[in-house]
Write a protein that binds this ligand. Sequence first.
Ligand SMILES: [Fe+2]
Length: 198
Amino acid sequence: MKTQKRNKQHDEATPLIEQRAAEIQAFGRAVKLPIALSKKVCARSADNLNQLLADTITLRDLYKKHHWQVAGHTFYQLHLLFDKHFKEQNELVDTIAERIQSLGAMSIAMAADVAETTMIPRPPRGREEVPVQISRLLHAHEMILLEARSMARQASKDGDDGTNDLLVSDIIRTNELQVWFLSEHVVDVPLVRADGNK
Ligand SMILES: [Fe+2]
């Protein structure tokens, strides 16, 4: 009996690894949280936000790809700018995902699920020229802005003010500002000699 007890104590220090069990919440099934919003409204907002999340993760990763692969005379400034925008998009990713959880729903998380969900076109694995990199980023931003505005209108109609505020104050404003910073890099102005002085 004594030996058995000692063995049990020994076993208790052993890590319990390779544990598996059924999911506690299936994807796409919202639970009701006491936030004074109907389950239907929460589910609709969460569906929209999951699409936005997949697209925001993709845009974020497109920024990191371009941060690594940028080339040419503007290498250093774009290398820094792309990383700044990456970090800001990464903040948005967390904000969107935690809003989905706050609605009682579940955010997508893994790369394979993101790849299946995003509507942003997949770039090649290879390197591209700066104007092409910027065009890809601008296109992704515009897709996100388009969907965010329509989702914001829906959330407002549904009385989901928290989601509406996130979409307008965080998503729309950040993306519009980043579009401005990018766009100015593809304005074809003389670098040294003004056009009139040729
Ligand atoms: Fe870096």
